[in-house]
Design a protein around this ligand. Sequence first.
Ligand SMILES: [Ca+2]
Ligand SMILES: [Ca+2]
Ligand SMILES: [Ca+2]
Ligand SMILES: [Ca+2]
Length: 261
Amino acid sequence: MKQLTHASGSSDPDFSPDGTKIAYSGSPSIVEIYEDIYVMARSGKGKKALTDTDDRNEWGPAWSPDGTKIAFLREQPFTRPDGSTGSQPDIWVMNADGSEQKKITDDPAFENSLSWSPDGTKIAFEQDADIWTIAPDGSGRRNLTDTPDAVETNPDFSPDGQKLAIAGTFDHTDFEIYTMNLDGGALTTVTDNNVYEDEPAWSPSGTKIAYRKNVRIQNTRILNAEIFTKSASGTGGVKNVSNDPGLDASPDWGPRPTASG
Ligand SMILES: [Ca+2]
Ligand SMILES: [Ca+2]
Ligand SMILES: [Ca+2]
Ligand SMILES: [Ca+2]
């Protein structure tokens, strides 16, 4: 894949649903450490900042399926009773041009990994190692996993909106890829091994899931992340689709079919 950004720490690329734009997070310059959300044309041209805060990070942009809105994470600094300071992320939603930024979660928990449902009515996310859904206006928040002793993260809606792919531990010692229904039921194990997998992403047809997996570089003890695909049902073999010595992350199949077509 062609590298489109050069700012240090540019990450989290997400294609607009029509495939013409990419939203991502990055530092505005090498002297400012705090990231903002940017959008640019797929060609890499026309870069524009959608957030402009000098004292906190924004990251993790996720386009709504109709392309009109972007959900993202914004750091919220706080001071503890003992005077020490920290920060935690909240979920925000803005118009795709950066206007009307609205906070939809507002609590000390750590939110992460945003995924819109194909019909635009829900955003799935991780909060403190559980998988939740919430409406884009902040209403109807629901914990789908509620497992205090296990970690779940990286939810990704299936193209038909009926399931989520997630990475998690459950009864395993390391991360596996799972699918589940929107009530947290019908858990299916897609991977089952003793290496680390995360960042699942459904194929547009809904039949396959791409994910990141750590594999050992031959004749070394060095772990290298590669992108693999496997059938969403968990059956059949796996396929290494990146297979290069660089660290690969955040698989994205590109634009998805919209509800209308
Ligand atoms: Ca910022
Ligand atoms: Ca929070
Ligand atoms: Ca959990
Ligand atoms: Ca595993």
